[in-house]
Design a protein around this ligand. Structure first.
Ligand code: PLP
Length: 401
């Protein structure tokens, strides 16, 4: 039976009882009592290559012995190689980009993207074009700027007033977008699959409208691929699924195989306007995280690796569709690739979803939640066919199927 750690010395914004984890291997983690769990959450969509990777440990430790930190005053080979690699991969898929601003977290990557967009608007059009548009149910992070672009009172209300100049338009509503977006805006920030906000997937029509309107009004289109990026939805970038043509793309969660690293990838039209000191970070893009990230990105970008994810994604779709058919309690499946979930219909989802997730945990399977009514699966990208079947079987059992 699972033993939870009670009242850990963390702030009360975290759970008062937590599973204590000690080690991991492949797609499994072990708790402090020695119980094994199949992890279908991957540290919130981070551990793309799974746990206990000797290759990642070897690369990190070699780099740590050589050089751990240099700051943004100096360049290192791992950081240059990673930036070049990301620019080339993105260039082949989504058009030309010019430079990579490294950071340490998803929020920080989006924070940089919002700043670059405002700087671009101000330096090209002058003041008065600073508004930022985000979409309903979006999640872009918890720092003040990213939080202000996250239209969810649950996250933002205690911290108001937020950054001014923010507006919201309905996700996938082409008409509303057309009537909202104009040249008062510096940027629109979007997710192709809303990772935290219920796993809705952007329509190709909505993506095409975003591309067109942003071009017409010279508004910077920011694709937040913090959760969807690097293979999670099948292609390397989720924008490829719907033909999104972002000006800026942000990456983080899986980038360095579990170490904190983010990338804000910008086009020449922004880069050409930047002056030394406009933006920066002390730790972002350090040689240790970048050396690991080079290996992670090259591994995931291999077409055979991506083809395997697409296959596992199709399998997951089938397994979850089976649950939707068999359970009166589940009204639908959302998401795509290895970022999918089921929508729970209950009078009180805030009680029912933890019940489902606790039952799975007690059966040795870890899951995530997305918004108030979706149970989310975001397994390591290396998950096998049998492991997915076992994981979904636990979910079926938790639902009484
Ligand atoms: N953007 C998206 C789409 C996310 O899913 C998240 C985190 O879940 C973030 C931004 C924020 O990332 P972080 O928690 O690393 O700041």
């Amino acid at each position: 039976m699972t033993q939870l750690i009670k009242d850990p010395p963390f702030p009360h914004n975290y759970a008062s009882e937590m599973l204590g984890l000690e080690r991991g291997k492949g797609v499994h983690v072990w708790d402090t009592e020695g119980n094994r769990y199949l992890d279908l959450g991957a540290g919130i969509a981070v551990n793309a290559l799974g746990y206990g990777r000797r290759d990642l440990a070897r690369i990190a430790s070699r780099q740590m012995r050589r050089l751990i930190h240099v700051s943004n005053l100096y360049a290192t080979r791992p950081a240059i190689d990673l930036a070049s690699c990301l620019l080339s991969l993105l260039g082949q898929r989504m058009g030309p980009f010019a430079a990579v601003q490294f950071g340490n977290s998803g929020s920080e990557a989006n924070e940089a993207a919002l700043k670059y967009a405002r700087l671009y608007a101000r330096r090209t059009r002058g003041p008065g074009h600073h508004k930022i548009l985000s979409l309903s149910n979006a999640f872009h992070g918890r720092t003040m700027g990213a939080l202000s672009a996250t239209p969810n009172k649950k996250y933002s209300e205690p911290f108001e007033p937020l950054v001014p100049g923010m507006a919201v338009s309905e996700f996938n509503d082409v008409r509303e977008l057309e009537s909202t977006l104009n040249n008062e805006f510096a940027a629109v920030i979007v997710e192709v699959v809303q990772g935290e906000g219920g796993l809705r997937v952007m329509s190709t029509e909505f993506a095409a409208t975003l591309n067109r309107l942003c071009r017409e009004h010279d508004v910077i289109l920011i694709a937040d691929e913090i959760q969807t990026g690097l293979g999670r939805t099948g292609p390397l970038f989720a924008g490829e699924l719907v033909g999104l043509k972002p000006d800026i793309l942000t990456l983080s969660k899986p980038l360095a195989g579990g170490l904190p690293l983010s990338a804000t990838i910008i086009p020449a039209k922004i880069n050409d306007l930047l002056k030394p000191g406009d933006h920066g970070t002390t730790f972002g893009g350090g040689p240790v995280t970048c050396s690991v990230a080079n290996h992670v990105v090259n591994t995931i970008a291999d077409p055979r690796f991506l083809a395997r994810i697409a296959e596992r994604g199709k399998q997951l779709t089938m397994l979850l569709d089976g649950i939707v058919t068999d359970s009166d309690e589940i009204s639908g499946r959302r998401g795509t690739g290895l970022l999918q979930g089921i929508v729970v219909e209950a009078a009180d989802t805030s009680a029912r979803i933890p019940e489902i997730m606790d039952s799975c945990r007690d059966q040795g399977v870890l899951l995530l939640r997305s918004s108030s009514d979706v149970v989310r699966l975001a397994p390591p990208l290396v998950i096998g066919e049998k492991e997915l079947i076992l994981g979904v079987a636990a979910l079926r059992h938790a639902l009484g199927l």
